[in-house]
Design a protein around this ligand. Structure first.
Ligand SMILES: C[S@@+](CC[C@H](N)C(=O)[O-])C[C@H]1O[C@@H](n2cnc3c(N)ncnc32)[C@H](O)[C@@H]1O
Length: 227
């Protein structure tokens, strides 16, 4: 795969074989995706759910069987990812928004649950802090924000070790080194991960409480926080 000129074009291309590529390229992908339902409180029954960077819908697909009557809002910069969701979720109450996060109006007190699977590492440090504030404002009181992502800064002393383990994982799943080469070009061009410890501080600064790490293997992390 060639590298796209922006996120939207890149993920239009990535959408073709997305889930298989993610399972093969992202350690613990399926566990990190199932974390969106595994760690919800028992009595939690969201009516309004926002999926930030829905991609082909893998996070929403986890939630729908549990909350089939909820109204979902799915936002993604890639039109082709949004189309995959439209085809998959025909029978549900879903609002689709084909926009970048920066162009989305986060309305106050609107959602019970906001989720983001592997999308916020595309935002730089400033954008992440802004979006944590937007997410907090947009949640209803008692609402939850949960997200799964790679959470290590590229300057972290552990980063070279992370890359070595990641490379072994990818090369075990794909017989030639082509996928790893493509992945690292994508990582260089589009990925701006941040240490989870820094993100915990930013979540606190944005007003979140009960911030919990529910899953963590190396720097592959699932965090849940409450408004
Ligand atoms: C790696 S995929 C994750 C998809 C899905 N949530 C999952 O967990 O598998 C990241 C998605 O976020 C979208 N995305 C990344 N940055 C974005 C931004 N700033 N605004 C809107 N969408 C964005 C991409 O288009 C892509 O579909």
């Amino acid at each position: 795969m060639k590298i796209g000129k922006n996120i939207a074009v890149e993920f239009n291309d990535f959408s073709k074989n997305y889930t298989n590529d993610m399972i093969g390229c992202v350690p613990h992908y399926l566990q990190l995706i199932s974390s969106f339902v595994n760690y919800l409180p028992n009595n939690f029954n969201p009516q309004t759910i926002l999926d930030l960077g829905s991609g082909n819908g893998n996070v929403t697909a986890q939630l729908i069987p549990y909350f089939p009557k909820a109204t979902f809002t799915l936002i993604d910069a890639s039109a082709e990812m949004i189309d995959l969701c439209r085809n998959q979720f025909k029978d549900y109450d879903i609002v689709y928004i084909n926009k970048y996060f920066k162009d989305f109006l986060f309305k106050n007190d609107s959602y019970d649950l906001i989720v983001a699977g592997f999308s916020l590492h595309h935002c730089d440090e400033n954008e992440k802090q802004f979006i944590f504030n937007d997410i907090n404002n947009s949640l209803k009181k008692g609402g939850l924000f949960s997200y799964s992502d790679l959470m290590i800064s590229k300057t972290n002393p552990d980063h070279p070790m992370l890359l070595e383990k990641w490379k072994t994982f990818v090369n075990t799943n794909f017989s030639d080194e082509e996928k790893w080469t493509w992945l690292m070009e994508h990582y260089e061009a589009f990925d701006k991960p941040t240490d989870y410890q820094i993100q915990l501080e930013w979540l606190k600064n944005a007003g979140f409480i009960n911030i919990q790490i529910h899953f963590k293997e190396d720097y592959w992390v699932h965090i849940q926080a409450e408004k």
